[in-house]
Design a protein around this ligand. Structure first.
Ligand code: HEC
Ligand code: HEC
Length: 421
């Protein structure tokens, strides 16, 4: 609890606390306090572990036929994604889910779209063994194969002081991932007080994000929530047009073994049960079709979007929300029609692109141009539903107050500030 209180006081990008727990040099937008509570003391990444982990992350020899590495689906140059709707593993096998970024994954409370892994270590062990990802038959087989590579045999001995084993292999990869924090976006400089860091459209987008568009109910961005994710699971109606959820859930209940991560991993990536999302993990009816609220940092460069990669551009994403999602019995109560106009949609998209880290500014320009070129191709758009001329999806949110004096305050504490005046 103490750490949390401290974090709320620290500004975004606060400097490192003194003492041995000092984190590495962090970008603005990522606070030292957050790093401290996210990285367990016994898993602080050492330079040796990070270097070894990076090598493993990029090494295709971790897969059954030497064709796929972690980086195949999480390409560091593409902000650790693959640009595909759903990922492709060994022997060109296509999975059911979209590859999320590894950037800032160290701060997430759970890993995977359905949160089936609790730590980065647990997560890293699964793709290597998944038949359609890296396809190794067992942890023992991985250890034997990697031990057969002399450089790894000596390096593991040096870094961990013992013979290579599967846990240490995962620990090295996780150490590398714990260095993949990402801030330094135009938005971070804006929040730190540089009013000119965002242009007028991006500022309007931020106000809409916290007001009329209600994005902050699940994607709040502030000092205690720098990922723009509430870390919870919601059904926003993405898979609703593809599946009869209730029937699928009944079928799944007959086969899912509670707590069996390996079984859930395979069901999630290889079968139609993927669309049940969090339900596969909890077997709780309220979780049917629910997925983790993803981070919005670097979202401009990590498309296509959603757990199944079914939305191509950020314009498509806003169109989906604008009509209140797609109705289904398990739709989250936070989903309502928004009545956003076309210029407002443009502003929201502009704001989301302002969450791109400086390292990716070249990619950002390219992606923005690519998405903009598709702006008139809008499969998700349903203006009549968005404006309430059809369907019954409740009241529209009020328009946001755009004349807030101190830009650093805009939206920082959620919608309260926006409705005060
Ligand atoms: C064949 C493509 C593929 C390979 C290879 C792969 N991943 Fe992934 N990764 C994915 C997909 C797809 C997901 C999402 C799956 C899900 O949520 O069910 C994912 C999820 C993750 C996540 C969770 C992120 C989040 O936001 O929840 C992390 C971390 C990750 N992978 C790291 C790794 C590491 C480390 C390796 C190598 C050991 C690896 N991945 C290999 C495709 C791949
Ligand atoms: C009820 C909670 C909720 C609300 C409200 C909400 N989101 Fe989301 N958002 C989610 C969840 C959950 C997902 C993942 C859903 C899935 O894949 O099935 C998501 C996915 C996304 C994605 C895709 C990111 C990626 O990496 O694939 C974007 C972009 C996004 N939301 C932006 C917004 C914006 C902009 C708004 C406001 C108009 C908004 N969200 C409102 C919960 C919410």
């Amino acid at each position: 609890m103490k750490a949390l209180t401290c974090m709320a006081v620290l500004a975004w990008g606060g400097t490192a606390l003194a003492g041995e727990a000092s984190p590495p040099k962090l970008p603005i937008g990522v606070s030292a306090a957050l790093y401290d509570i996210s990285v367990p003391p016994d898993r602080k990444p050492t330079p040796e572990r990070v270097a070894l982990g990076e090598k493993l992350f990029n090494d295709k020899r971790l897969s059954a036929d030497d064709s796929v590495s972690c980086a195949t689906c999480h390409d560091p140059k593409r902000a650790f994604t693959d640009g595909k709707a759903t990922s492709v593993g060994i022997k060109n096998q296509v999975g059911q889910r979209n590859s999320p970024t590894v950037l800032n994954a160290l701060f997430a409370a759970t890993q995977f779209w359905d949160g089936r892994a609790g730590t980065l270590e647990e997560q890293a062990m699964l793709p290597i063994l998944n038949p359609i990802e890296m396809g190794m038959p067992s942890p023992e087989a991985v250890v034997a194969k990697v031990k057969g590579i002399p450089e790894y045999r000596t390096e593991f001995q040096k870094v961990f002081g013992r013979e290579l084993n599967y846990d240490d292999l995962a620990a090295a990869i996780a150490a590398f991932e714990r260095m993949q924090f990402s801030g330094n976006a135009r938005f971070d400089r804006f929040l730190a007080g540089d009013a000119k860091a965002l242009n007028a459209s991006e500022k309007r987008g931020w106000a809409l994000f916290n007001g009329k568009a209600r994005c902050n109910t699940c994607h709040a961005g502030n000092a205690v929530s720098p990922l723009f994710s509430d870390q919870k699971f919601h059904n926003i109606g993405i898979a609703a047009h593809k599946q009869d959820f209730s029937k699928l859930a009944a079928e799944a209940l007959k086969i899912v073994r509670t707590g069996d991560e390996k079984q859930i991993d395979e069901l999630a990536l290889e079968t139609k049960f993927s669309e049940l999302g969090r339900f596969l993990v909890t077997k709780n009816e309220n979780d049917i079709g629910s997925f983790k609220t993803p981070t919005l940092r670097n979202v401009g460069v990590t498309g296509p979007y959603m757990h199944d990669g079914s939305l191509t551009t950020l314009w498509d994403v806003i169109d989906h929300y604008n009509k209140g999602g797609i109705a289904n019995p398990f739709l989250d109560g936070g989903m309502q029609r928004l009545g956003l106009t076309e210029p407002e949609i443009d502003d929201l998209v502009a704001f989301m692109f302002a969450l791109t880290a400086d390292d990716f500014s070249a990619l950002e320009k390219q992606e923005l141009a690519r998405q903009r070129a598709r702006k008139n191709n809008r499969p998700e758009r349903d203006t009549a539903a968005a404006l309430g001329k059809k369907g019954n999806l409740g009241d529209l949110a009020p328009n946001p107050n755009l004349d807030i004096k101190n830009p650093a305050e805009l939206g920082l504490y959620g919608p309260v500030r926006l409705t005060e005046k």
